[in-house]
Ligand binder design. Structure first.
Ligand code: NI
Length: 175
């Protein structure tokens, strides 16, 4: 029943989620294309709107995003993404993460960002995002440096959420 193209998503507290990912080498085109295809399939199946390679145990600077507006697919693959500009103005939205299933928190981040990245053909690209896209870009790029959305919450809220997750995963394990 399980689709073999799907990758298992690492969950907190897996230490790989806290490690810094390495830049993708220019030469690894085909492998990166295959990995990004599997990451997209895994993200759609989850379902989610973004996934970073470290979340599937690949310690590479690779992110896939698809906000799936109006339920139509428009996948974005970002190789070696880097935030090159961000607005002083901030925005607060509720965030969740496939590595912390069922947990949500209000995160404040720059409202707009500009991201430089390589596409799958190795071409230099830039994307500017605001709203949900800005939050998603920042959330996924954070994953490449071992940063999770809970790191932006108060210690009290963060610990509460992590305890709740641990409890829920333990219960799930038992069934
Ligand atoms: Ni996440």
């Amino acid at each position: 029943m399980t689709d073999p193209s799907l990758l298992p998503i690492l969950l907190v507290p897996d230490t790989r989620l806290r490690a810094k990912a390495k830049p993708v080498a220019a030469a690894s085109g085909d492998a990166i294309r295959a990995l990004s295809d599997r990451m997209l399939a895994t993200m759609y199946a989850a379902p989610g709107i973004g996934l970073a390679a470290p979340q599937v145990g690949e310690m590479l600077r690779l992110v896939v995003i698809d906000l799936q507006k109006e339920e139509s697919r428009d996948p974005l693959v970002l190789v070696n993404p880097e935030i090159v500009a961000e607005s002083a103005e901030t925005a607060t939205r509720e965030e969740g993460c496939l590595s912390l299933p069922g947990q949500y928190g209000e995160v404040t981040r720059p409202a707009r960002v500009k991201v430089r990245y390589l596409d799958l053909s190795g071409a230099k690209r830039e994307i500017e995002g605001e709203g949900l896209l800005a939050a998603c870009l920042q959330h996924e790029i954070d994953h490449l440096d071992g940063v999770l959305f809970v790191d932006y919450l108060s210690a009290l809220k963060r610990n509460m959420l992590l305890r709740k997750l641990a409890k829920e995963l333990k219960l799930k394990d038992r069934h």
